[in-house]
Ligand binder design. Sequence first.
Ligand code: 48H
Length: 272
Amino acid sequence: MLAPEKWISMKVDESEIAGEIIKHFSRDLLENLEVDVAIVGGGPAGLTAARYVGRLGLKTCVFERNLHIGGGIWGGGILFPRIVVQEHAKRLLEEINVKFEKGERGYYVADSVETACKCAIGAIEAGAKIFVGLSVEDLLIREKRVGGVVINWKAVEAAKMHVDPIGIESKVVIDATGHEASLVRTLVEKTKVKLPTRSGGVEGEGPMWAEKGESEILKSTREVYPGLIVAGMAACTVFGSPRMGPIFGGMLLSGEKAARIAAKSSKRFKRH
Ligand code: 48H
């Protein structure tokens, strides 16, 4: 190890630093222009899906438009940074070493900061690549199958600059965009396709009812169009299930189920 008096006198060159950043990030982006599974949204559902997809040996990346991952986990309930899961979902916290306590009424309570960080670590260690600051603004749709996503910098979107995006090809896309369900909305808007919902469109989430919301989320986690799977809160929005407040077991279980569906669906993919 270098002594402090040695390293403080070492040369540091701004253009070299810039060069390293550009070279390494460009390489990572180039390596992910074609993936098996593109996951949109780095909240609990997307990160859990990424962990399971990665564990199944598929190449996957997550596109998160914010500079931070975690989606709605951080704020817990009304900014009390704790989340609650039920008995049947606690194994998903155990798998990523999140500490939790058993509450008085049989719920399991975890720190939301720890949960957000460890969901991300779990995904990364399973081999998923997480890109932040990148928004998905469109889908690649080929002959009645979603075959990728169209990305742009969130900063470009926020500044309303006219800058063309780039496409990322994937065998399967998971819409884990939370309450917005923005990819499914894009699909419906651009193709006029009928979804497997009551109305054939995006139903919109129902009023808060934790028990019903949690019990319906897994049923709603499904492939809504060839190559497009909906997970997490986006699944509630698409199928019109009630929201459930700060109980997160359903989000984690939904991510796990989405990964299993993605693995199966990716086998049916044929490049055009
Ligand atoms: C790139 C995007 C885009 C886009 C959105 O909101 P999330 O945490 O979603 P889930 O489903 O993982 O978890 C939902 C949970 O946090 C929640 O809100 C609950 C349980 N609510 C219950 C209630 O009653 O309110 O994460 C979605 C992520 C966010 O980080 C977005 O920034 C990101 O997706 N995102 N990223 N391109 N087009 N749209």
